[in-house]
Design a protein around this ligand. Structure first.
Ligand code: GUN
Length: 279
């Protein structure tokens, strides 16, 4: 069994990003810039945003933080996005989700210019992925694809089972695996017999957001197991996969933490560089 070491690969990608931004600086060019908008005080979001900011700082990407109060009016948030869209010094824009209940996520994410939508949450970018026409790829699925590539894990012809159908992970993950030639099944809360599907998986992506959902007897001998879960259980961070039980059967498996999470952050930096280069 081999651990899919997202932390190590993300460090390599960050090193490469830092090298690229250092070259730009030595040529007297403008720094790439990511604007991050956080509305409210959700503690998990505050940690995510701080991590993204620190990643930018350590890799030479300018980080513009906008922290807004929880009672921010939708029109004020939209006008901030408009001004970031119009700012030539800003390459990528990210509005941290979830937003407070009174704000409409759909309207807000759609307001970000497609060319600055480094999260790839807009209908335009999702449409591009669906049609296989390039564009930004959402960071978590893109990070998983990169991790599989790094370990030379073949996707074409493989049974790929995605557990979870969120817009951020499950749906785009299924599309990327499909584009790579996988035979893809998407399972979700209404799936009648989850274990029937997961036991068939050569590549299993667990993105349901439920601690310990995938047990050892639900996976095939030799499967590649990717755990996207970030759950808290008795105060401890754990994924959707029972690591001990599943690692005993897997050929490759991601740990939590240190698997998918760091790759998501690395892909955000890459998408920001892409947005910069596209200008
Ligand atoms: N909330 C949880 N994951 C994400 C993400 O990848 N991007 C944004 N903007 N918000 C999130």
């Amino acid at each position: 069994m081999t651990i899919l070491d997202g932390k190590a690969l993300a460090a390599k990608i960050k090193e490469q990003t830092a090298k690229t931004t250092a070259e730009l600086a030595s040529q007297g060019k403008r720094q790439p810039c990511l604007a991050v908008v956080l509305v409210g005080e959700d503690p998990a979001s505050q940690i995510y945003v701080r991590n993204k900011h620190n990643d930018c700082v350590t890799t030479g990407i300018k980080s513009l933080m906008h922290t807004l109060p929880a009672d921010t009016k939708q029109e004020d948030l939209l006008s901030l996005i408009d001004s970031l869209n119009a700012d030539d010094g800003v390459d990528g824009i990210l509005v941290q989700l979830p937003l407070p209940k009174h704000l409409d996520e759909k309207t807000v994410t759609e307001r970000i210019s497609a060319s600055k939508d480094v999260d790839a949450f807009s209908a335009y970018n999702v449409g591009k992925i669906t049609l296989g026409r390039g564009g930004f790829k959402p960071c978590t699925p893109a990070g998983i694809m990169r991790l599989l590539e790094e370990y030379n894990i073949e996707i074409a012809g493989k049974e790929c089972v995605v557990v979870g159908r969120s817009n951020i992970v499950g749906k785009p993950m299924a599309l990327l695996l499909l584009a790579a030639g996988g035979t893809v099944t998407v399972c979700h809360t209404k799936t009648a017999d989850l274990a029937y599907h997961t036991r068939r998986a050569d590549i299993l992506i667990a993105a349901a957001g439920r601690a310990d959902l995938i047990k050892g007897d639900m996976v095939k001998e030799g499967a590649v197991i990717v755990d996207v879960g970030m759950n808290r259980k008795d105060g401890k961070l754990c994924g959707d996969v029972n690591f001990e039980e599943c690692a005993a059967k897997a050929s490759y498996i991601t740990p939590v933490p240190g698997g998918v999470g760091p790759m998501t952050r690395a892909m955000l930096l890459e998408n920001t560089l892409t947005a910069y280069t596209n200008k």
